[in-house]
Each structure stands twice: as C-alpha cells, then as structure tokens.
Ligand binder design. Structure first.
Ligand code: SF4
Length: 343
C-alpha cells in the first residue's frame, strides 16, 4: 500500500477565549477530531457552511495556524511534530491558493518577482533558469510570458488567480490547499479557472485539498468529498454516492439546495431549508452537533455522539438514523427528506 500524500488523524484546533467567571477556561473548538486522507494526485473536496471549520483545517495542515492536538503527515513526514523553525522547508512540498486574488499578491512586486520568490527560497536555480521557469509557468496558466513585467493591479480577478496558481505550482508541490479558489470570480471565469486547475493537476501530479462552500464546484473537481458541520466531518465518500444518495441529513439538505436545470426534476427532488442558525462553537450542542437543525432528531441524538457508519456505495456518515434502522426502513436519508419537504 502506498503512503498517502496527506494523512490527518484526530485533528483538534481550539482557541482559548478567556474564563467563564468561575475560573474555568472557555474554548472555541473550531475543529473537533477530524481525520482525512488524500492519495497522491487526488482531489478531496471539503464542503460546509461558512464557520464549519473547513478553511481552518487547510490552515492547520500547512501549519499556518497551530493545531491543538492530532497529527498531520505529508508523504509520511510528521508535519505536526517538527519545530516551527523547520516548517519553512515543508512549504516547498505544500502550497496554498487563497480565495481573494486581490489581497493574496503583494501589489508592490512585479509578476516576475512574485513568481521567482518561491524559487529563490526553495531552490538553488540560477537566475536564468528561474526566468525560464517563470515564462514556462505563465504559459501553463494561460498568460503571456511578456506579462511578467506587469504588476498585479494591471490584471483582472481571473488573471490574478492564474498568477496565484502559478506561484503555488512553480515549485511543483505535492499538496495544494485551494481555499475557495473561485468564489470571488464571476461564473464564466470560475469555469476557466477550474479547467485550468484540472489541467495543471494532470501535468504536475499534485494532490489538492479543495475547500469550498459551492457543492457544484466540488462535484466538478473532486472524485471524493467530505462534508463538515460545526468543526466535524459528518460524511465522507465518493462524490457520486454522496451527491446521489447522501447518508447524512445535513449533506442531503446541502445537496437539495443545488439547482437542477430541469424544473420537473427540481420539483421532484424537493428542497430542505435548514431551520435555525449555525450554533456557536463556544457552546456546541451535546451528542450530534446537527441535532438542533435536524428534522429527524431523536432522543439518542442529544445523548450520544453518532458513530461513523459505512454507507452502501462507499464512505461513511455519522448519524444515528443508520444505527437505529427502523427510521430508514425502505428508504434513504434523501427519500426521508424529500417526503418531509413534499408533505
Ligand atoms: Fe439528525 Fe440524529 Fe442523525 Fe444527528 S444523529 S443527523 S440529529 S438523526
């Protein structure tokens, strides 16, 4: 069995936010016991509402924020175990593309300088070789090599994101965390950038952790998806199975919000509007964290955290509906939801 590109085990990220007044510390538990695995060259989509903790996982994997506990391994190397002074050497192997191409590029540097910088830090290439690499990567992301003398403000949002992708990919990292890479772009530019990412991945063999709230984007890009709710992964599996037959009510609700081009299919599919707000990470619900918004919550959901149950077609879902079978007899989570919405 080959070593995974990325392995995350029982990751916790929490912040001390002061005391309760009775001398006890209060913690904001942003990521609660997350485990995931990405194979070399694979894309895993991480989806969830804003505030679910998905971007925090990306930052913790790169040690841009410090995990509280748990382990992150990159190609077998222990990312969490090395001292902060050693983290820089890992950056050659892991890069990140941020959501906002307007703020992720230093406006006082030319594109040439921006793209040469990672090569200067992480390689001993000569100036001539670095220039050749810059020309090469600009062509690869669909920008003319002559643009190297320009500054970021001279580009559109889509072009800036191409530059940001070029900067991340120029040192051929093993893993790239893509944090909402197209959400700041207009729809036609989004599909160009997604196609570019796929083409670049085919050439480089890099693995992607794609963090996004847009399920349509994740389905297009990721053969496998993990769904996050309030700091936890509630479902994980092959994208086709999760989208067609979600095993968790939260996944089913998110998926029911994806519009179908066919209005008849749209009506038949039903849509569940989640009630209530995302609870506070300072005081998450006991048992299943989704129970305050779940239409199927049972007594056990408040008392016990649900186990991760294998789902037919691949992957797992953390929901008591599966362990307490009668609720699901003759149907799936999605059919339960559809019946609820249409009744
Ligand atoms: Fe809903 Fe209970 Fe399943 Fe949580 S465990 S998603 S509350 S049915």
């Amino acid at each position: 069995m080959t070593e995974p590109c990325l392995q995350v085990d029982d990751l916790h990220v929490k912040y001390d936010v002061g005391s309760t007044g009775f001398g006890r510390r209060r913690w904001l538990h942003a990521v609660n016991g997350v485990s995931l695995r990405i194979e070399p060259g694979e894309t895993l989509g991480l989806v969830g509402e804003s505030g679910s903790g998905k971007s925090t996982i990306g930052l913790a994997v790169l040690r841009l924020i410090e995990p509280f506990s748990g382990r992150v391994r990159l190609g077998g190397a222990d990312v969490t175990g090395i001292p902060r002074s050693g983290v820089r050497s890992l950056r050659r192997r892991m890069q990140m593309v941020f959501q906002d191409p307007y703020s992720s590029l230093n406006p006082s540097m030319t594109i040439e300088q921006l793209l040469q910088e990672p090569l200067q830090i992480h390689t001993d290439l000569s100036r001539g070789d670095r220039q050749a690499k810059v020309a090469q990567i600009l062509e690869a992301v669909g920008l003319h090599a002559g643009y190297a003398v320009r500054y970021p403000h001279e580009f559109s949002g889509g072009q800036r994101q191409r530059v940001a992708i070029a900067r991340a990919m120029i040192i051929r990292p093993e893993l790239v965390v893509l944090d909402e890479p197209v959400s700041a772009l207009d729809v036609s530019t989004q599909s160009q950038i997604l196609n570019l990412l796929k083409a670049i991945q085919d050439q480089s063999g890099s693995a992607f952790l794609l963090v996004a709230h847009d399920l349509a984007v994740v389905r297009l890009m990721s053969p496998r998806v993990a769904v996050m709710y309030l700091g936890e992964i509630v479902e994980e599996g092959p994208s086709g199975r999760v989208y067609d037959n979600p095993g968790h009510p939260y996944s089913a609700a998110l998926i029911s919000a994806i519009p179908f081009p066919d209005p008849v299919r749209q009506r038949a599919s039903g849509r569940l509007i989640l009630r209530g707000e995302l609870p506070s990470l300072l005081d998450p619900p006991s048992g299943c964290r989704f129970r305050t918004r779940c239409p199927f919550a049972m007594d056990i959901c408040a008392a016990e955290a649900p186990p991760r149950v294998p789902i037919e077609g691949g992957g797992v879902a953390a929901c008591h509906l599966h362990a307490h079978g009668p609720r699901l007899a003759g149907g799936s989570v999605r059919s339960l939801l559809t019946a609820r919405v249409l009744s």
